[in-house]
Ligand binder design. Structure first.
Ligand code: FAD
Length: 363
């Protein structure tokens, strides 16, 4: 087959995994990323990579060794804590099912380092895409490609050209904050968190704390809230946000409220949006979607795993199918049913996450 001109919109996990495997097969690809540089924005918390999805993708990308060098098997520890007594009532470290944690930033770094220099064009926000494969950037410049891969996340521009469907608010909000150098500066909270994830919850409110590398603890206050709940709350004013959350979690044990009282830095509002289930489209030769652009789900530990697998599966199909059009069909025939099934499970899992049962701890 003649080599198609392939553009990937978005240098997140799905887009980079796809680019890596295309390059392993000698195919040319350009990744357009809106951010100005790799380190322009902190990449968030920690991800557990599953044996049947994320780890398969990393093996296909021949990056398994680099992953294992940074992965934290001890990060699989899951603790459930009683919100009123702060007693640890559940403490599991799964054995057998090897799902080590890795910081999202480290994983993205592994993928970026694996690409040929110049593959990612930074500071190139995409403004519009047509079904004919024409990309128009925010500066008005247009370029034509044989295949445009939308790996541009939750608010994908490429998806607009394919389905026009927009994510909806799930009714659940995360407020993210962190504790730096926790073992030294916040020893009691470090001890309560353990090596992996600590969760405490009751009455539709949860507090989740997760260790990342370098002694940081990333926390999420998670609760049901109407879409406009934060109207009038200025997220630049950390004191106001902390006081609001302390009121929302009133009655919880002081040792747990200490996560909020001792936070370092600011709070980030992350209302959870999801794509409707099922979200699918009729295959079209020049456009397809990967990861969150295709199947934005609640963050219950699968999104990054599926994003990696989508990327490597599309790339493998492009390297082996007789035409790009056929490769897109093959990829979508595997990806769409898999993601619809997972999205259904995640939709009910989101409510388990906020149930009073401390054993429902998917996060
Ligand atoms: C709080 C939280 C915790 C999570 N925890 C987990 C977990 O533990 N395990 C797990 O598997 N998943 C987790 N997820 C989900 C996971 O992060 C996502 O599913 C995954 O990152 C999706 O990867 P992606 O490549 O599709 O999109 P993204 O990682 O969002 O990457 C999209 C990229 O596209 C770029 N972009 C966007 N628009 C444009 C544009 N117009 N032009 C050019 N570039 C553009 C963005 O800047 C970004 O770099 C979590 C999500 C959240 C919010």
């Amino acid at each position: 087959m003649t080599f198609p001109r392939i553009a990937i919109a978005g240098a997140g996990l799905s887009g980079l995994a796809c680019a890596r495997v295309l390059q392993l097969h000698g195919l040319e690809v350009t990744v357009f990323e809106q951010e100005s540089a790799a380190g322009a924005r902190p990449q968030g918390g920690t991800l557990d990579l599953h044996g049947d999805t994320g780890q398969v993708a990393l093996r296909t990308a021949r990056l398994d060794e680099q992953f294992r060098a940074l992965a934290r098997p001890e990060g699989q520890q899951m603790r459930g804590v009683d919100p009123h007594t702060a007693e640890v009532v559940m403490d599991d470290t799964p054995d057998g099912d090897f799902r080590p944690e890795i910081d999202r930033g480290q994983l993205r770094g592994i993928l970026l380092d694996s690409l040929s220099p110049g593959t990612v064009h930074w500071g190139r926000p995409l403004a519009d895409v047509t079904r004919a494969g024409r990309l128009t950037f925010a500066d008005g410049v247009s370029e034509d490609f044989d295949l445009v891969v939308g790996a541009d996340g939750a608010w994908s521009r490429v998806r607009r050209a394919l389905t026009g469907v927009r994510p909806e608010y799930s009714g659940v909000t995360f407020v993210e904050f962190g504790l730096d150098d926790a073992d030294r500066r916040h020893p009691a909270l470090a001890a309560l968190t353990g090596q992996g994830t600590m969760m405490t919850k009751i009455g539709g409110r949860a507090l989740v704390a997760q260790r990342t590398s370098s002694g940081h603890i990333r926390c999420y206050a998670t609760f049901y809230a109407p879409e406009g709940w934060a109207t009038g709350l200025d997220f630049a004013d950390s004191t106001a946000v902390r006081d609001h959350l302390l009121e929302r979690y009133a009655g919880w044990h002081p040792d747990l409220l200490a996560y909020l009282r001792e936070h370092d830095g600011g709070f980030t509002h992350r209302p959870l949006h999801v794509l409707p289930v099922p979200h699918a489209w009729t295959s079209t030769p020049r456009l397809t979607l990967l990861g969150d652009a295709a199947h934005l789900m609640p963050p219950l530990g699968v999104g990054a795993n599926l994003a990696l697998l989508d990327g490597t599966e599309l790339a493998t199909a492009l390297a082996t199918a007789p035409s790009a059009e056929e490769a897109v069909r093959v990829y979508e025939a595997g990806m769409l049913p898999r993601s619809i099934e997972t999205a259904k499970a995640c939709a009910s899992g989101l409510h388990d996450l906020l149930s009073d049962d401390l054993r429902s701890m998917a996060a």
